[in-house]
Ligand binder design. Structure first.
Ligand code: ZN
Length: 373
């Protein structure tokens, strides 16, 4: 998900705010400060409504973060690394670098989020209880936050993948059938069905109740869910496809070897325009020093090509992850996602025998899906 601000790291997880989040922040703050709070507790100064509205929205935002953090920490405890958490218009997304390998881990990770929201909802309900006849503005805030956190838990427990409930549903199918692929197919299909139901519900609300705002909102959520479910389904198919290949079947073995002291100009003139090489092994006397990609070359402006040496812009060997020829192609894709790299040198008996790039893996998927396997 692009166009997001980095908020910082907590527990080693990057927190990000997508720009669409501001839309929801403004919508919630406005409807609370303009309608809900003045309606339930009339006769207070305008500034108080807005102050409480903003604080409530921010606490809602913290509640969603806590929900995602609960998923992430439980996931990590079960060996599923989480790279980032992004908040956007429909809530939060925790970016996993790989899927659970056991149904039990998936179940616990999926349940953790709604459980956290229920606990937070319960705490705000308690706060409401203690403040309802004494500090009304706090009570108003606590009431809404209790309601929204419980609603968040209930919504997420709808059994359509990729909602938490869909993951719970898949983990149960998976445990019962011991068939990951079939369970994923069923759970993602149900997810698409849930998406269509939301869209249908939204259209009914628009035309029968003439409530354009709620109707459109529901249509958008439905559209988002349907889309996410289809993407997940495709990812499951990719995983299955890649699982059948080894690195040696997917790698490129004719990578040009260049010298670390060559200039960018020399490399560009010799290779880049003439052939389709997108990546070079940098070696001196047979020893790998690093790799150079077109991406590295693009970091240098053209007038400096003649004076910049390969070793200044290459990715050095100590920052490279290496792959081995008999490794599973899927595990390589997961490693690439985890460490955010696009290619890895393939090493056999201490010697570089080729290079595996994200492009190779994607090409493999295309060929495989075209032949209909
Ligand atoms: Zn969740």
């Amino acid at each position: 998900m692009g166009n997001a601000f980095n908020l910082g790291r907590v527990f080693g997880i990057q927190f990000r705010l997508h720009y669409t989040w501001f839309i929801i922040f403004i919508l919630i703050t406005t409807s609370l400060s303009w309608q809900l709070f003045p309606g339930s507790y009339p006769g207070r100064p305008l500034l108080l409504y807005w102050g409480i509205g903003i604080v409530t929205s921010l606490l809602f935002f913290v509640s969603v973060l806590a929900h995602e953090l609960a998923h992430s920490l439980v996931g990590r405890a079960h060996g599923i690394p989480i790279r980032s958490i992004t908040l956007f218009i429909f809530g939060g997304i925790a970016e996993m670098t790989k899927e659970a390998t056991r149904p039990g881990a998936e179940f616990k990770m999926a349940v953790a989020g709604p459980a956290c929201s229920l606990v937070i909802g319960g705490l705000f309900a308690l706060l409401y209880w203690f403040t309802r006849s004494t500090i009304e503005p706090i009570a108003a805030m606590a009431y809404w936050l209790a309601y929204i956190n419980v609603a968040l838990a209930v919504f997420n427990l709808i059994p359509g993948f990729p909602l938490d409930g869909g993951r719970v549903f898949r983990s149960i199918l998976w445990r019962v059938s011991d068939n990951y692929r079939r369970s994923s197919r069923i759970a993602t299909r149900v997810g698409q069905g849930v998406g269509y139901l939301f869209i249908l519900g939204g259209i009914v609300i628009i035309f029968v109740l003439h409530d354009w705002f709620s109707g459109l909102w529901l249509v958008f959520i439905g559209w988002f869910l349907e889309n996410a479910a289809s993407v997940s389904y495709r990812q499951v198919q990719w995983r299955e496809t890649l699982h059948g290949f080894t690195v040696s079947q997917a790698m490129t073995s004719d990578c040009p070897v260049i010298s670390p002291s060559a200039t960018v100009n020399q490399v560009v003139q010799e290779y880049a325009f003439a052939t389709e090489h997108r990546c070079f092994l940098v070696a001196e006397e047979g020893r790998l020093m690093g790799i150079l990609t077109l991406h590295n070359i693009k970091t240098v402006s053209q007038p400096d090509w003649g004076v910049t040496q390969v070793k200044e812009i290459m990715t050095p060997v100590d920052k490279l992850k290496v792959a081995y020829p008999d490794q599973d192609a899927l595990s390589i894709l997961e490693q690439m996602n985890e460490s955010n790299v696009n290619q890895m040198p393939v090493v056999s008996e201490g010697r570089v025998i080729g290079l595996i790039a994200r492009d190779n893996l994607i090409r493999l998927l295309r060929i495989r899906s075209r032949s209909g396997v």
